[in-house]
Design a protein around this ligand. Structure first.
Ligand code: GLN
Length: 535
């Protein structure tokens, strides 16, 4: 079967949750027995988001093959089983980079290189390439219709529809605001954004309306009439009550998957969502609530630790609990080394990944507080390095131990660069990226969690635990429970005499799904529950 293409555009405002809508549709189509691929097209000129600040762009999601990608790929991973790789996240920067590389090589000799057809051809080539081996691909176009930047992408999908009229479908996600003063919802922004789409030659087949409240039939009919879309293809997607994982059920209640299959002439079969419905039941009726403190410097940004927040939720679902997240800004601590009173009171603490020295001392004080008071602690990437530095300082007595990322003159560089990283000058795509195997020590907490001796996890960092200090650390009670044998690198550390204090050099959060929670997150949550119920 030739793959079918579903293009998802967004209108009116950004942050509509297009990625979640696309992922939810992906999940439903997958449950109909189709092989689904997901793809994101981003209009910015950075080659990838790896060089962008989390404040600007939110989390950078990493694939097994080491691509630094848009965070929507994280949603795709959590909702579907789509293959995700370098091919799945494409930016304008990558497209221009490739076209200009070919131009310099002389591939277009004699021709004027233009947005149409050269840039649009390259966009179409990438979409078709990513769709190979799937029944259907959902292609989400970043940004909002009307942006200058996204025009080449929209033009490319217009051409694809023209070339493959029976294989393409356009879904437009819009916002239908409720105006309090008037006491009614307004369809005008939706009408205008569909007009913008139609000006460039794209007529949506389906409109997905994000709104605060459910839409009446009248409103749907109005949108249908003004936007030239059948009323039953005006789908409502009102804010969900408990969790984003309810969105697939909202869409399923309107038979969206059957409508899509019909329009694309895809084979359809009855869908079974029992385990998803059970998941939502667990979310709606938790046995109890725990609170985790996230100590980091980007905590106030909604999306900077997206996958960490989601993986914590998955860990809580697995234990039948609800988890509340307290955001603790580590740069608000003073340098005295004390964990401030206002940050106390959580059932456990997690220090996530990060770069640079802002808030570094605050993170060390958190690790010290958790180690000394036997409070569950989970350190991810930088959070693991924090844990090792803290242990070296206060467990080993190397009081000036540090990471060379924070202090290049430290007498005890417990975390440092590998020789090959010292030679790197470019910032983009030069970290240790993607999946590496890791061997687990028997009887460790990590081994207990994973239940197997070898795992594979994704990385995104430059610095490593300095091997020179390994024997000392182990002797003093910091177990190196996971290693990458080939490179002789430390991947997981645990404090031996502690209920649950674990640090991972990799990013386990990228590999967690609501129905397949990551084992380390599941056990971290379990340790928090045990502490809370014992207190
Ligand atoms: N800054 C640290 C490093 O590069 C940690 C990176 C991270 O947490 N992703 O090694």
């Amino acid at each position: 079967m030739q793959p079918k293409f579903i293009f998802i555009t967004g209108g009116v405002v950004s942050s509509l949750g297009k990625g979640i809508a696309a992922s939810s549709i992906g999940l439903l189509l997958e449950r109909m027995g189709l092989k689904v691929s997901m793809m994101k097209l981003d209009p910015y000129l950075n080659v990838d988001p790896g060089t962008m600040s989390p404040f600007q762009h939110g989390e950078v999601y990493v694939t097994d093959d080491g691509a630094e990608t848009d965070l929507d790929l994280g949603h795709y991973y959590r909702f579907t089983h789509s293959p995700l790789s370098k091919k799945s996240s494409v930016s304008s920067g990558q497209i221009y980079h490739e076209v200009l590389r070919r131009e310099r090589k002389g591939d277009y000799l004699g021709k004027t290189v233009q947005v149409i057809p050269h840039i649009t051809d390259e966009i179409k080539r990438r979409i078709v390439d990513c769709a190979a081996h799937s029944d259907v691909i959902l292609v989400e176009i970043g940004g909002t219709v009307g942006d200058i930047e996204s025009q080449p992408f929209l033009e490319a999908i217009r051409q694809m529809r023209y070339e493959k009229p029976n294989s393409c479908l356009n879904i437009h996600v819009t916002y239908v605001p409720f105006i309090k003063a008037a006491g009614e919802v307004k369809t005008k922004p939706t009408q205008h954004s569909v007009q913008l789409l139609r000006q460039i030659g794209i007529s949506p087949d389906m409109i997905l309306c994000r709104s605060e409240l459910s839409l009446s039939e009248d409103v749907k009919e109005k949108i249908s009439l003004f936007c030239n879309v059948r009323t039953d293809n005006v789908i409502e997607c009102a804010d969900v009550q408990h969790s984003i994982y309810e969105v697939p059920l909202t869409l399923h209640a309107q038979n969206i998957e059957e409508k899509i299959c019909q329009m694309l002439q895809l084979p359809s079969q009855p869908i079974n969502l029992t385990n998803w419905q059970q998941l939502i039941e667990t979310i709606r009726h938790p046995k109890g609530v725990i609170t985790v403190g996230i100590v980091g410097k980007y905590v106030q940004h909604q999306d900077a630790y997206k996958s960490v927040f989601e993986a914590l939720q998955h860990g809580a679902f697995a234990n039948g609990y609800k988890i509340e997240i307290r955001r603790i800004e580590s740069d608000r601590f003073d340098e005295s080394g004390a964990f401030p009173d206002w940050a106390h009171g959580c059932d456990g603490y997690l220090v996530p990944g990060g770069f640079g020295d802002r808030g570094w001392y605050g993170k060390i004080s958190c690790a010290k507080y958790c180690r000394e008071n036997k409070i569950p602690y989970f350190g991810i990437c930088l959070g693991m390095q924090v844990m090792v530095v803290e242990f070296a300082r206060h467990g080993l007595g190397l009081i000036h131990a540090n990471s060379t990322e924070m202090d290049q003159t430290t007498p005890d560089p417990i975390i440092s660069l590998l020789e090959e990283q010292k030679l790197v000058t470019d910032r983009g795509g030069t970290m240790r990226l993607g999946a590496y195997p890791c061997l687990l020590k028997e009887d460790s907490k990590a081994h207990l969690a994973y239940g197997k001796p070898q795992i594979s996890e994704r990385h995104r960092h430059r610095y490593e635990v300095n091997n020179k200090y390994r024997p000392q650390l182990e002797k003093a009670g910091l177990s190196i429970s996971g290693t990458y044998e080939e490179g002789d690198l430390t991947e997981i550390v645990e404090v031996k005499d502690h209920p649950w204090m674990v640090g991972a050099q990799f990013h386990p959060e990228f590999g967690s799904k609501p129905l397949e929670p990551h084992p380390l997150f599941r056990d971290f949550v379990k340790a928090m529950i045990e502490r809370k119920t014992a207190c």
